[in-house]
Design a binder for this molecule. Structure first.
Ligand SMILES: Nc1nc2c(c(=O)[nH]1)N=C([C@H](O)[C@H](O)COP(=O)(O)OP(=O)(O)OP(=O)(O)O)CN2
Ligand code: ZN
Length: 133
């Protein structure tokens, strides 16, 4: 099996409401997603798929919904203020962890028809989460 991985950087704000430490406060990350696509055979260009096609497909979600956005759980107490002040935000049913973002990108790529095998989110230089099925 062949595998290719495309990385995309993006920034977001969030908080983890039930975190015992500092992550319960609103804060932000310069994150990196690593999206891995697989194929048993190469296409006529000798590729699993073009890196730029993975980039374009993933950016439909990352640029439009995650990048420079405030990602919050639906019960987050900051939501009324953001709504009243027309501040950009995305409401999630899950807590906005790196795991949850990795799963959302994975499912998005699947829906675009890609044979995605793993999505990893590097939230900091030293911590990453990944999702695969
Ligand atoms: N399993 C997870 N654990 C944590 C997540 C997560 O998404 N999944 N997220 C956070 C915080 O949002 C944030 O990423 C803090 O992470 P941490 O590695 O603790 O960040 P630091 O900058 O403090 O790292 P240092 O290397 O200690 O400086 C927390 N946990
Ligand atoms: Zn964080």
């Amino acid at each position: 099996m062949y595998k290719v991985t495309k990385e995309i950087s993006f920034c977001y704000g969030h908080r983890l409401m039930h975190h015992a430490g500092k992550c319960r406060h609103l804060h932000g990350h310069s994150a990196r997603a690593a999206i891995t696509i697989a194929a048993d055979e190469l296409d006529r260009q000798g590729m699993v798929c073009d890196f730029s096609d993975i980039d374009a497909a993933a950016r439909q979600l990352i640029d439009e919904q995650f990048d420079h956005n405030m990602l919050l759980h639906r019960d987050d107490p900051a939501l009324p203020w953001l709504r009243q002040n027309n501040e950009r935000h995305l409401v999630l049913d899950e807590h906005p962890t790196a795991e949850a973002l990795a799963k959302m990108i994975y499912r998005h790529m699947q829906a675009q028809g890609y044979r995605v095998v793993q999505v990893a989110i590097w939230e900091t230089a030293t911590a990453h989460a990944s999702y695969s099925e």
